[in-house]
Design a protein around this ligand. Sequence first.
Ligand code: MCN
Ligand code: MOS
Length: 760
Amino acid sequence: MTLIEPRKHGDASDGSLGSRLSRLDGRRKITGSATYALEQPVENLVHAVLVQSTIASGRVVSVDKAAAEALPGVLMVLTPDKVFNMMVASDWFGNRVENVPYLPLPAEVNYYGQAVAAVIAETFEQARDAARLVKVHYEETPAVTVIDQGGSGTVTAPMTVEWGDAQAAFDTADITIEAEYRTPREYHVPIEPHGLIASWQDDQLTIWEPSQWTHGMARTYAEWFEIPFENVRIISPFIGGGFGSKGGAYFYGAVAALAARELGRPVKLAVTRSQGFTAYGGRASTRQTLKLGASADGILQAVIHRGANETSTYADFHEGTGAATPIMYAVNNFSSQQGLIKVNTVTPGALRAPGKNPSAYGIECAIDELSYAVGIDPLEIRLRNYADHDYQSGKPWSTRKLREALLAGAERFGWSNRSAAPRSMRDGRTLIGWGIGCGTFPNLTNSSDAMIRILSDGSVEVESAGIDMGQGTYTIVAQTAADALGVSVDRVDVKLGDSVSAGAPVAGGSMLAGSITGAVHKAAQAAREELIGLALNAPNSPFSTSGANTLVIENGRIKTSREDSPSMSIGELMAMLGREKLEVKRDTLPEGTTREEQQKAFTHMSKVRGPTAGEFSIHSWGAHFIEVRVDEDFGTVRVSRIVSAFDCGRLYNPKLAESQLRGGIIMGIGQALLEEGLVDARNGRVVNNNLGDYLVPTNADVPPIEILSVGEPDFEASVLGGKGVGEVGIVGVAPAIANAVFHATGKRVRDLPITLEKLI
Ligand code: MCN
Ligand code: MOS
């Protein structure tokens, strides 16, 4: 086996694009000077507290609010019978049903924990106490509280992928395996819980709310209240994690904004940790069956994939259990049908790598099972079935260095020292297992806009509505601007997370970095051109006699390319011109885009280009090599070592990209071993709705994680050659751990999480 040397990361932290600059917002976050939405000092503030339903299905018949209203400080109790004068907003793709009233507190109850009333009072304590006194009377109807009660589900066209004749090929295959895999409800649990402060000044609405998408959220608020987009301002400079849960405005935002309008005072609504388990959706629980047929030498002949995810009774959410299955391996006969099962739950939502994550869990466990059935090493079977193009779309890959990732990861991990048989590696009474899981994430792109401002002292401001919830946007934007302008990175100040700034797509689908850097690069180049033009033509320009027709900017100084060139700093040029500032705004929208289309591009998902929108099929790729140690007596599983290799194209900042990938991997450890929303089947209540009972990995659960990058710049993927990084890290971790546990113990646990009672 030959090792393809992984590309060496740049060790320089000089701030240039591609260098390992530390997070520019890090100090502020660590020292507490970064202000989060709910900490915003706002005068005259009042507090809203939600009242949640205690049934899973039915109707609110009446609400007894007299006792609550009688408490001191209580200003208002909102109930389902109150008419709010709001309209349903469009969905993520811009579809809107016209003239349908929006009811943030509907009388119809679809899940346990749904908000059915809200109390607004002078202080938080008064509102909370009053909320406890609100008596809600229900008419209860039968509920489906868990996926197993919901039947086999309804398959929809977008969830169906077929080519060849999978059944015939499966029936005649030498070796077949069939297995069902299940994942439970999982939750984002960001450290900063959700909530907002809403404040009206006449018909202008200001919202301080953590947001992955300030433009999209501003659009929703504007549509709810039927006011122009420009009248809403979403402010979200710092966010304590979102993981998919902060991409949209939810009902509680409507409740706070509406109460603020009614009362003429700013309203703060903090969603509690427990409410966070039902105020918006986590990852849907899923189940899927995989049937693989192969020849005796392990070449795949057929994949038959059937599955479903739970959704709510009132909206469809496709988790996309079939999202990764069709593109992982070369196979000529493929059939995947995925359905939706209606359950009385809040509508599930996007959680880091929606679809790809559970989908890879299925296929990456199944291929491992096949490797044992045919007696071929799990690494070897992946290489034998390597897809040299995208079998689903028929298109060539833009770049797919998954083979390189597999080989580099195996080499670094020491995979060749693995002994093949389950239970054959141990350290005393500890069983050791090694497993592989591959991952993928599609490269989504959208246009972006960016504003660059050169200030009189020569410093630079970059402004965008795009956000940083911890991924590193502040840092890579500064690096991009500094690089393109020719200034040092500490001269660049980045302002993010304000919907009045230049538009940017959602920090979702791992698309923000590629999109925003493209626009920042373009605007910074244009600003540099403009500075050069001004320097050449300024009266008294030191370059007027140099004969140069162009100039360069290096380290903030403008000069010709000659050794003995005169030079001046950008600040000196600004002073010479008597300019306060120079503003340059550029977007990466197609030429001639109308104002309306431009608005749409940043407030809807309709302009997002998918991975196969062009000539190529564009994705990020990864391969995880994981060691587990299982206590033979107690069944406890510890992850003891991880080596993961990725192809994410060019890395804008390897230090931050590694941190993103590591974060995803840690979430994958949680998914494999700890995370499970436990639902009381009698009433649909999520019983472990707190961080004491819903377990996520802590430092003690996380072993050394080594990240390798085997990617090369992919200019089909983005302007500067990077592919998405934010989500691919989690994909493939859970199956790698499940496969390692099988190798250690000989036990195949096919429903996550792998807890000790499933092993002993
Ligand atoms: N990056 C890089 N080189 C690339 C691409 C990205 O160095 N070629 C690095 C940059 O630091 C960039 C970051 O990776 O800021 C993420 O870039 P990208 O993959 O474009 O993802 P987005 O900026 O769109 O961020 C969203 C993504 C998603 S969808 C989830 S879910 C997620 C994630 O990012 N949630 C996160 N990472 C998170 N990280 C933190 N700390 N908190 C979350 O809630
Ligand atoms: Mo990420 S789940 O697409 O916000």
